[in-house]
Write a protein that binds this ligand. Structure first.
Ligand code: AMP
Length: 297
């Protein structure tokens, strides 16, 4: 089958105007795995057409992060999507790949030097002040800016996000609500490796041995839930998880329990719906890999 690939905003807009029916958008940075494909699958269930965007968004990477080395595997991604269509007997006319260049998405240019950046950015105050937003201060400004641009290019009825990036889900939902955007955000559960590690494009950086060892991350989150059921406080659970994971291989960036609206830290007793999340560095000799995961009480 042949899937149409659009590289420009005008092409994707023209296509959007030509189709009758509902459109689901799945924003990704590529290096597709079964977590991304689960979002595409759900989009096909809910909408007549699906647009998957593949764009490594420079504005969400800080200097020193892995923008240059982030896996770019377009041919593989295309093949995975093609295989998905064939297995599910879906006509290829229902799927579009939007794979724009940086200059299409940032028509006034984009400067990687934060001090020289100009132009329009979207900032969601409140739920971006903790967790990933604290460790990576301009991350959500970059995410919200690109997500709004993608919404503006594709006018979707639905947009699909994974709970893997739980703060991103909450922040994007807040942006949609606050900016009166006319679409529905659909959030899907985390797809995991056999050993429980959350699937991530960054898992490609891990050696086989470390990928296996990283299963402790999800196990510790599950242990956290068990402790919650026994009535343990937020502080007790966080300390337990930190002790369980920390060693020479893993350095904790944060382990945190937060309320689900503004993502402010929960102290003391936990409430149902609170979010237990963490970020961990895997200290490989050639490369430090940052992994995130979460579970909802
Ligand atoms: P990314 O390409 O990493 O920016 O991810 C694109 C979308 O896929 C985001 O909504 C992610 O939350 C989602 N995603 C990534 N990994 C997973 C996973 N393991 N399970 C479910 N969704 C995921």
């Amino acid at each position: 089958m042949t899937i149409q690939v659009f590289r420009t905003v005008s092409e994707v807009r023209e296509w959007r105007e030509s189709v009758e029916g509902t459109v689901g958008l799945v924003p990704t940075m590529g290096a597709l795995h079964s977590g991304h494909i689960a979002l595409v699958e759900e989009s096909f269930k809910k909408s007549d057409f699906t647009i998957i965007s593949i764009f490594v968004n420079p504005s969400q990477f800080a200097p020193g992060e892995d923008l240059d080395s982030y896996p770019r595997t377009f041919d593989d991604d295309y093949a995975k999507l093609n295989e998905f269509l064939i297995i599910n007997k879906i006509n290829s006319s229902r799927l579009i790949i939007f794979n724009p260049t940086v200059s299409e998405i940032y028509p006034s240019g984009f400067n990687l030097d934060i001090n020289l950046q100009k132009g329009t950015f979207i900032q969601v105050l409140g739920p971006t002040s903790t967790l990933e937003g604290k460790s990576r201060p301009l991350f959500f400004r970059g995410v919200c800016t690109v997500v709004l641009k993608l919404f503006n290019c594709t006018s979707p009825n639905y947009a699909f996000f994974g709970q893997k990036d739980v703060q991103q889900c909450i922040v994007v939902q807040r942006m949609v609500k606050d900016l009166l955007l006319n679409l529905e955000i659909v959030i899907l559960p985390i797809v995991r490796e056999v050993n429980g590690l959350a699937k991530s494009s960054r898992n490609k950086y891990l050696t086989e041995e470390n990928l296996e060892k990283a299963s402790i991350i999800y196990k510790s989150l599950q242990n956290g839930v068990d402790l919650y059921k026994k009535g343990k406080s937020s502080e007790d659970i966080i300390t337990f998880i930190e002790n369980e994971i920390s060693n020479e291989l893993f350095t904790i960036d944060y382990v945190s329990i937060n309320e689900p609206v503004d993502l402010q830290e929960r102290k003391g007793p936990i409430e149902k719906g609170d979010v237990l999340s963490l970020a961990v560095f895997v200290n490989q000799p050639d490369q430090k890999v940052r992994l995130i995961d979460n579970i909802i009480f």
